[in-house]
Design a protein around this ligand. Sequence first.
Ligand code: WT7
Length: 645
Amino acid sequence: MSNAKVYPVPDDIRKNAHITKETYQEMYQRSLDDPEGFWGEQAEKFLDWFSKWDKVYHSDLKNGDIRFFEGGKMNVAHNCLDRHLEKRGDQTAIIWEGDDPNNSEHITYKDLHERVCRLANAMKARGVKKGDRVCIYLPMIPEAAVAMLACARIGAIHSIVFGGFSPDALKDRIQNADCETVITADEGVRGGRNVALKSNADKALESCPDVKNVFVVKRTGGDIDWKDGRDIWYHEAVADVSADCPAEQMDSEDPLFILYTSGSTGKPKGVQHCSAGYLLGAAMTHKYVFDYQEGEVYWCTADVGWVTGHSYIVYGPLANGATTLMFEGVPTYPDASRCWDVVDKHNVSIFYTAPTALRALMGQGDEYVTKTSRKSLRILGTVGEPINPEAWEWYYKVVGDSRCPIVDTWWQTETGSILIAPLPGATDLKPGSATLPFFGVEPALVDAEGKELEGACDGNLVIKRAWPSMMRTVYGDHKRFMETYLSAYPGMYFTGDGARRDEDGYYWITGRVDDVINVSGHRMGTAEVESALVLHDSVAEAAVVGYPHDIKGQGIYAYVTLMAGVEPTDELKKELVKLVSNEIGPIAKPDVIQWAPGLPKTRSGKIMRRILRKVAANELDSLGDTSTLADPTVVDNLIEDRETK
Ligand code: WT7
């Protein structure tokens, strides 16, 4: 796109930035030419070590064997807390902004350290030890960060399940990771409404007999059921123990956490991340991509249930001794000014959110933004999906008053930290492009056969070498790790995304090339939604695709074939939506259900999703070749019914 608008680096940003155009070029080249030297230096600079590693890295993408700083001893909680105490014990580590605008709290590094030590001791007292898996099912309250760091402190592996997931989804994740401990709350609070967490957990735990401890944070004091012997009030457990808990000496490669994410097939996989390499990636990108400066308040609006919350609310910022803001509520409560009110209230310098939130706010009108000051803002960021230029321009002009660079950050749960993004002091911006690779990241575009494409082109996005925060395996299923990411193009990591590279070497992510859809920046496997739909007695078959949605980016479009003799009714549609919500969570609810007496299939019985996507998007002129269909009239019927649905 040679005619794309370019926004050069502003002078005032460049002058004080950690990285400029020259240093970016130099450091990037060095990171590829001398990875040993480069990563060794960065690991010394960003992390605190109990003892040094034996070898900087070992990378074998062909066999999925990736190790960084092996033999080195460190602890993630020590790096996020203890090492800061001397210099910044009284500095705010976390600003917590409650759902209710009158409710906020400042937690210093010293306070946070004590809270983490206490919970760590409370878990130890109940037998939790290094290597055990702990499920965290919490709302956006400080205890979520405390729980993560307490696990890290004693070497337990946390598995956070987003509070919006259903009891069934929670059960699957607890079982898959063999968690014996769960940390939850009585209820969460979002947008003025209470969300039942403990009762969801109780339902899930009916099928998880191995869970021995359930720590319950009292957030609202609402009515909950209690199982004596298993359930423990969090506040009582932490009051009973010492505030001193030495950090466990962990190997760099010891797992830090598991986080489940959807793929094109099967149930969600437990993406497993390690300790040192992960933390290095989170810390480096937090400092350089957001150009974080000492003393600034940094706000990432994600939920800790997603990887963005892991890396950019908790681990990256705290490793850097930053002040990180954690927000319990939603951008539209009490009204659409909330984000900007919070920016003014807490003097936020760096604001990181998702395009879907921007599109929703944009729709409410500029007034909600312009009536606030926002003069503290310096850098803006986006993540989760491609940002359409219209939303980008609005973010830039209206939110940032044309002063603040926007960093469009491309990465994934699997990558652990940002891989492609501008650096505010170094990279000229083009709206809609994630721009250039971060240090040590070697992206490439390949065709379907795996042939690397050169110059300006379009292709499948792969990464040609390992980076420190890369996932190490799928929990309990290394074969699946290999098949999903490392087999399509041997020797390279396959992202599942398509991308275009322009003549300046800038990357433009075009979206998933597999059967994964991106709903409001959240990944959803079409197969998961289909499996939920076919659980209904009246459903014979279901096919789910994504379609363009103004706010969500992609919406969920389900074609459903009913059992013979079943009457298609609106009532039944409602039942199906509810079923999906119960099985997975409200985020997986289909936006559209179309009754489909037949689905377009090849003669060998394979559903032709390409055609279903076109019909859903109403792109009826470009259906492509339908001659290989077993019954081409099926498509005509779908098109006809589309109009009347
Ligand atoms: C998928 C990863 C990692 C944070 C949140 C999502 C899409 C992510 C961008 C971006 C275009 C993006 C990709 C990717 N994606 N960031 N800046 N531009 N697309 O994490 O749930 O693991 O999803 O989100 O398709 O593969 P995730």
